[in-house]
Design a protein around this ligand. Structure first.
Ligand code: UD1
Ligand code: CA
Length: 473
C-alpha cells in the first residue's frame, strides 16, 4: 500500500460554539475533538500527521505537543480564508512527501478506521486521484451537497450557502473527508477561487476542478452516516457524544461488562474493562483507564487514566486520577486518589480518605478520614481514623515513610520528613516529628488531668455571678 500522510484542519474559529475555547478543544467523553482525527490518523499508520492550526493556535498546539509524537506536525494558517486555504498551508510540512494525503476536519470526531480503509480500497480500485466519502442524511442542513450528473458521476460539491433551492433538497452530503494523490493536491489547491457567498477558498471546489481536468474520482457512501457527523454547535457536541457513548458502551456490553444504566455511563474509547465488571449509573471512566475483571464501579465515581486490578470495588462517589490499584482492594465511598497513588492488593481505602503521590502496601487499611500525601506506607499497616501526613511546610513537600506492620492510632499527625520503623505503634492523638525506631511505641499526648467535682463548683460560681443580673444579648 502506498504511503499515507494526513492533514487535519483545525484552524477555524468555531463561532457557533459561542466559546472562548477553540472549538477543536471542546471535549466528548473527556477528550478534545481534535484528538479523534489525530488518533485515527496515527492508527492508520500515517507517516506524517499535519495539524493546521490558526485561531488560538498556541492552545491547540500545546495540547497536542503533550503527546510527544514526532509524527504529529503543525502548519500555521494565519488568516482563516477557508478550508482550501487551510489545506494549502500544510504544503511546507508535506514537502518531499509523495503518496496519498488524507484530509480530515478537526470537528468530525466519529469516523472509524474501517471506513477510511474502505475509502482507500475504492480509491485504489478506481485508480482515482481524488476520492471522497459521502453521507446520506435525512437532515443535511449545514453540509455541502454532492452534485452528480444523470449517469451518477460526481460533478462537484456545493456549499449550503451557495445552494439553489433545488440543490438544498439533495440529501447526499459532504462530510469533509478526502483522499488525494499528493502531487495532484498541491497542484490544484492554488487554483481555488473565492467567488462564493462566503468569500472563502473552499476545499470542496477541488472536486469541480478535478472534474474539469478529467481525472478519475471515486466516492464511497458511509455505511453509517453518523460517523461523518460534524460539530459546529454545542447541541451537535452533545449529540456526537451520545453517539460515541452508545458505540463504546455497546462494545463493552458485548464483551461481558455490565452497565447498569448505559445512557448515563461515560466511558472513553481508550478505556479497557474486563468481563464481569459492573459499572453503576453516572460513572465516568476516562482517559486510558484500565479496569480488570469482576470489579464494581459504583454510582458517581470518576476514573481518569487509572489502572485497577481484578475484583476491585470502587464505592460511590470516589475519584481516581493517574493511580493504580491492586486486586481485591476496596476504595471509598467518597475516597480520592490523586495522581501518583499506587495502592496494593487487599487494601481498604475508606470514606473521606485522600491519597496523593502515595504508595500503600498490600493488606493495609486506611478506613476513615485520612490524608496520605507524599507517603510510602508498607504492608499490613493500620492507619487510624483522622491520620494526616503534614507533607507541606509552606515551602517544600516532604515524604512520610511508614514501614510494614505499623499500627497508627487515630488522630495522628506525621510532620514530614519522618519515618516510622517496622512494627512500631503510634498512640492515638500523637504528633510525630522524629523517626520512630522499629517496634517502639511513640506517644506525644499531654498528661491528662482530672479535677473531681469541678462541674458542680462551676455551676455554683455561675449562680453567684448571675445574681448581679445583667443578661448579655
Ligand atoms: C465544511 C465543508 C462542507 C461540509 C462540512 C462537513 C468546506 C468549504 N465546507 O463546512 O462541505 O459539509 O464541513 O462538516 O470545506 N478550517 C480551517 N481554516 C479555515 C476554515 C476552516 O482550518 O479557514 C477548519 C475548521 O477548524 C474545521 C474545518 O476546517 O475543523 C471545517 O470548517 P467549518 O467552518 O466547520 O466548515 P463547515 O461550514 O462545517
Ligand atoms: Ca464544520
Amino acid at each position: 500500500m502506498s504511503k499515507l500522510a494526513v492533514v487535519i484542519l483545525a484552524a477555524g474559529e468555531g463561532k457557533r460554539m459561542k466559546s472562548e475555547r477553540p472549538k477543536v478543544l471542546h471535549e466528548i467523553l473527556g477528550r478534545p475533538l481534535v484528538d479523534y482525527p489525530v488518533d485515527l490518523a496515527l492508527s492508520l499508520g500515517a507517516e506524517r500527521v499535519v495539524v493546521v492550526v490558526g485561531v488560538q493556535a498556541e492552545q491547540v498546539k500545546a495540547h497536542l505537543l503533550r503527546r510527544r509524537n514526532p509524527r504529529i506536525r503543525f502548519a500555521l494558517q494565519k488568516k482563516q480564508l477557508g478550508t482550501g486555504h487551510a489545506t494549502l498551508a500544510a504544503a511546507p510540512a508535506l514537502k518531499g512527501f509523495s503518496g496519498e494525503v488524507l484530509i480530515l476536519y478537526g470537528d468530525v470526531p466519529l469516523l472509524t478506521p474501517a471506513t477510511i480503509k474502505r475509502l482507500r480500497a475504492a480509491h485504489h480500485k478506481k485508480r482515482a486521484k481524488l476520492s471522497l466519502i459521502t453521507a446520506r442524511l435525512a437532515e443535511p442542513r449545514g453540509y455541502g451537497r454532492i452534485l452528480r450528473d444523470s449517469s451518477g458521476e460526481v460533478l462537484g460539491i456545493v456549499e449550503e450557502a451557495d445552494c439553489t433551492p433545488g440543490q438544498r433538497g439533495i440529501t447526499e452530503a459532504n462530510p469533509g473527508i478526502y483522499l488525494c494523490e499528493a502531487g495532484f493536491l498541491f497542484r490544484m489547491l492554488p487554483q481555488l477561487k473565492k467567488d462564493n457567498r462566503q468569500k472563502e477558498y473552499y476545499l470542496t471546489d477541488l472536486v469541480g476542478l478535478a472534474v474539469a481536468e478529467g481525472v478519475l474520482i471515486a466516492t464511497l457512501e458511509a455505511h453509517d452516516p453518523r460517523e461523518t457527523f460534524g460539530i459546529n454547535s454545542r447541541s451537535q457536541l452533545g449529540q456526537a457524544e451520545a453517539v460515541l457513548r452508545a458505540r463504546v458502551n455497546a462494545a463493552l456490553m458485548e464483551s461481558g461488562v455490565t452497565l447498569e444504566d448505559p445512557e448515563r455511563t461515560w466511558i472513553a474509547p481508550g478505556v479497557k474493562i474486563g468481563p464481569d465488571t459492573v459499572i453503576e449509573s453516572g460513572a465516568r471512566l476516562l482517559g486510558k483507564s484500565r479496569i480488570g475483571r469482576a470489579c464494581v464501579i459504583e454510582a458517581g465515581s470518576r476514573l481518569d487514566d487509572s489502572d485497577l486490578g481484578n475484583r476491585v470495588e470502587v464505592r460511590a462517589g470516589s475519584v481516581l486520577e493517574s493511580s493504580t490499584v491492586g486486586d481485591d482492594t476496596t476504595i471509598g465511598p467518597m475516597a480520592r486518589l490523586r495522581p501518583g497513588s499506587m495502592v496494593g492488593k487487599r487494601v481498604r481505602i475508606g470514606n473521606f480518605v485522600e491519597l496523593k503521590n502515595a504508595r500503600v502496601g498490600d493488606d493495609t487499611k486506611a478506613a476513615h478520614l485520612t490524608y496520605l500525601g507524599d507517603a510510602r506506607v508498607g504492608k499490613n499497616v493500620n492507619i487510624g481514623c483522622g491520620t494526616i501526613t503534614c507533607n507541606y511546610d509552606g515551602v517544600k513537600k516532604s515524604v512520610t515513610v511508614i514501614e510494614d506492620d505499623v499500627f497508627v492510632g487515630s488522630d495522628t499527625q506525621f510532620i514530614a520528613p519522618v519515618k516510622v520503623g517496622k512494627g512500631a505503634y503510634i498512640g492515638s492523638g500523637s504528633t510525630i516529628t522524629r523517626n520512630v525506631p522499629p517496634g517502639a511505641l511513640a506517644i506525644t499526648r499531654a498528661p491528662e488531668k482530672h479535677k473531681p467535682g469541678w462541674a458542680k463548683k462551676r455551676a455554683e460560681l455561675k449562680k453567684k455571678g448571675g445574681s448581679s443580673g445583667k443578661k448579655k444579648n
